[in-house]
Design a protein around this ligand. Structure first.
Ligand code: PLP
Length: 361
């Protein structure tokens, strides 16, 4: 425990210590089951109990209405960039997409392979420094796709896009960070490796009427939501240990008091960093205030060499993975649910010391 660093990675990311400790305790032998979770048949009663608990806890935490199906899939959030259009862009063959960052762009590029994509907003021209205004939405589109939280650029949709089309969102980097009203979405998906657990699981929450859409004829059996929904995510072997880790994370969140409590903690944590950024002039926070993410905080010194030195010196001080994404440079502190406030306070102290020790030319 004592040699654990503060890990600000964007994902795979830091996992809550009580979750890791529980997994460690149960690693060799899970309860009275006589084996590790990794060794259980996914069809066994002992494993199904874990799976069902994971789903029930997620439903409880997110207040997921009954007319939604929860799936635990593989292929990461990136697989959803293809699975969403293959399964859902099948009524009119058109969908609206918002271009709010790199992953949004990847989703657009993939969807363009399957139908007509109408980009209804983009901030590519201003380096994605805020959430785009949208215009020209098509209420008849098969869905509107957007990325709730833009991990690389540090922006978040605080207001939902206005359309009558069903909303489909990539919530990979902010799911469980606060309550979201699931009933406003037709589908939510999220790769696990930020707020849910280790990489290898992708959570899909889909309204049942969307499951009735007939997938494109060539859609592989494995990639049809219908297949996985009918089979309770077990058409084939699911990522059993990843789902167990997700279940432990959901238990931890429930014990903390649920998502309202988590949001309060996240707001306080993010404020420590943003208040500091706003109080000085050495570091620049490029994101416009009303688009700021609580999960990924980006900043630069304005000098690429200093930025590099910052990340290297921070790592020596036990604050690791603070270099910005390779596409954008600068710095990024990913402060997901599992990052304690003490880690952010230590980061701010380091930032202040670094600024004093490294005056700009
Ligand atoms: C918002 C968002 N969408 C999609 C992805 C891609 O996820 P995966 O690597 O699980 O495919 C990421 C990864 O960081 C992400 O942050």
């Amino acid at each position: 425990m004592s040699n654990r660093v503060y890990n600000f990675a964007a994902g795979p990311a830091t996992i809550a210590v009580p979750v890791l400790e529980k997994a460690q305790q149960e690693l060799l032998c899970h309860g009275a089951d006589g084996m590790s979770v990794m060794e259980m048949s996914h069809r066994s009663g002992m494993y199904l109990a874990i799976y069902e608990r994971a789903e029930a806890l997620l439903r409880e935490l997110m207040a997921i209405p009954e007319n939604y199906t929860v799936l635990f899939l593989q292929g990461g959030a990136s697989m959803q960039f293809a699975q969403v259009p293959m399964n859902l862009m099948t009524v009119t063959g058109t969908a609206d997409y918002i271009d709010s960052g790199n992953f949004a762009k990847n989703a657009i590029k993939e969807a363009q392979r399957y139908g007509k994509v109408n980009v209804v907003g983009s901030t590519a021209d201003i380096a994605y420094s805020r959430i785009p205004e949208i215009s020209g939405v098509n209420d008849e589109a098969d869905y509107l796709h957007f990325t709730t939280n833009n991990t690389i650029f540090g922006t978040h949709f605080w207001q939902l896009p206005q359309t009558k089309a069903p909303l489909v969102t990539d919530m990979s980097s902010s799911i469980l960070s606060k309550p979201y009203d699931v009933s406003k979405y037709a589908m939510i998906y999220a790769g696990a490796q930020k707020n849910i657990g280790p990489a290898g699981v992708c959570v899909v929450i889909i309204r049942n009427d969307m499951l009735e859409r007939e997938p494109m004829a060539f859609t592989p059996t494995m990639l049809k939501y219908q297949t996985m929904a009918k089979a309770g995510s077990m058409y084939n072997t699911p990522p059993t240990f990843g789902i167990y880790m997700a279940m432990l994370t959901f238990e931890w969140l429930k014990e903390l008091g649920g998502l309202e409590v988590m949001e309060k903690m996240n707001r306080e944590k993010a404020a420590v960093l943003y208040d500091y950024l706003d109080s000085q002039s050495y570091y620049i926070a490029p994101v416009e205030k009303d688009s700021r993410s609580m999960m990924n905080v980006t900043f630069v010194t304005g000098d690429k060499d200093l930025d590099k030195k910052f990340a290297a010196d921070a790592a020596k001080a036990g604050l690791v993975n603070l270099a910005g994404h390779r596409l954008v440079g600068g710095m990024r502190a990913s402060i997901y649910n599992a990052m304690p406030k003490a880690g952010i306070e230590k980061l701010v102290g380091f930032m202040d010391d670094f600024a004093k020790a490294n005056p700009k030319a």
